[in-house]
Design a protein around this ligand. Structure first.
Ligand SMILES: [Zn+2]
Length: 288
């Protein structure tokens, strides 16, 4: 429910006065800046969230002029072209066992009984915890990247398509359904889609931008000599060029190629295939 007016706040006592309800205690998650415009109360699990919309003059910080490419992955959440790696949180996977135990317990309990209501509350609380930790992780990661870079290139994975299409249709069953749906589950669990949205918003607020590039060949192109070959990628984790012998972590190579494809796209308006670099740029990139 939303209260457009009549809300009072006592920040020292951690109390909020809601119309027709009166003063209630709350736990403060962040400072409230500006004039209160309206207040929304939402039930989530067995708790109530109060979100306070305010209005104030905002001066966004100046953008840090820096370009970066990101390779997204299930094993390593995000690898940056400067070598920085963000490990994934996988909140659902982590709590899966706990959730399964609770769900089995609920199935055994009598419907509508006091104990089954108790278990239901525990399940709701766990779901809430999973959602909260995922959101927290995505916010922290996207903030850190947006603070340090102004132009960020990511692969255009069409994430929503990817997570919908694995099963295919009856006439046209999807290929590798099992592997794909497991990959999809991981992508949804890690929240890539929400991550791109948060990152894009945070960059734009600072005058930067998120640019999606065609992921074609980003995992198979040698950043040193430009050879495009599936043979360059003998294993999931490492890259070894069959022509020039360049070796590196495969995710890092992916991120460097995403950066290059993005620069190429910006430079000449093309859709961003990867091409060999000039010697100077090669040195810049490979120093990392
Ligand atoms: Zn090479």
């Amino acid at each position: 429910m939303r209260f457009p007016q009549g809300v009072e706040l006592d920040e020292a006592k951690h109390q909020i006065r809601l119309p027709k309800i009166g003063w209630v205690g709350y736990r403060k998650s962040q400072d409230i800046i500006g004039a209160i415009k309206n207040v929304t109360v939402i039930r989530r699990g067995d708790k109530w969230d109060v979100s306070i919309q305010t209005e104030y003059e905002d001066k966004p910080p100046a953008p840090t002029p820096s370009e970066i490419g990101i390779d997204m992955g299930v094993k390593h959440f995000a690898t940056l072209s400067d070598g920085k790696v963000f490990e994934p949180l996988n909140p659902f996977k982590r709590e899966q066992e706990k959730l399964a135990i609770l769900q089995r317990k609920l199935a055994r309990q009598k419907k509508g009984s006091r104990n089954s209501r108790k278990t239901k509350r525990k399940i709701a609380r766990l779901h809430r915890h999973i959602a909260d930790s995922r959101r927290d992780f995505l916010h922290k990661t996207s903030t850190q990247i947006a603070q340090n870079h102004s132009t960020v290139y990511v692969e255009d994975l069409k994430v929503s398509n990817m997570s919908a299409s694995a099963a295919g249709t009856i006439e046209n069953p999807g290929k590798k359904v099992k592997q794909k749906s497991s990959l999809n589950r991981s992508i949804l669990d890690q929240g890539w889609y929400g991550f791109f949205r948060m990152l894009s918003n945070k960059l734009e607020r600072r005058g930067g931008k998120l640019i999606k590039v065609d992921p074609k060949n980003t995992s198979r192109t040698c950043p040193l000599c430009g050879l495009v070959s599936a043979e360059n990628r003998k294993t999931q984790a490492s890259f070894a060029c069959v022509a020039c012998g360049y070796r590196a972590n495969a995710d890092l190579v992916g991120a460097i190629n995403v950066l290059r494809a993005g620069r190429a796209r910006l430079a000449c308006g093309m859709s961003g295939g990867v091409r060999p670099l000039s010697a100077g740029t090669q040195r810049d990139l490979l120093q990392h």
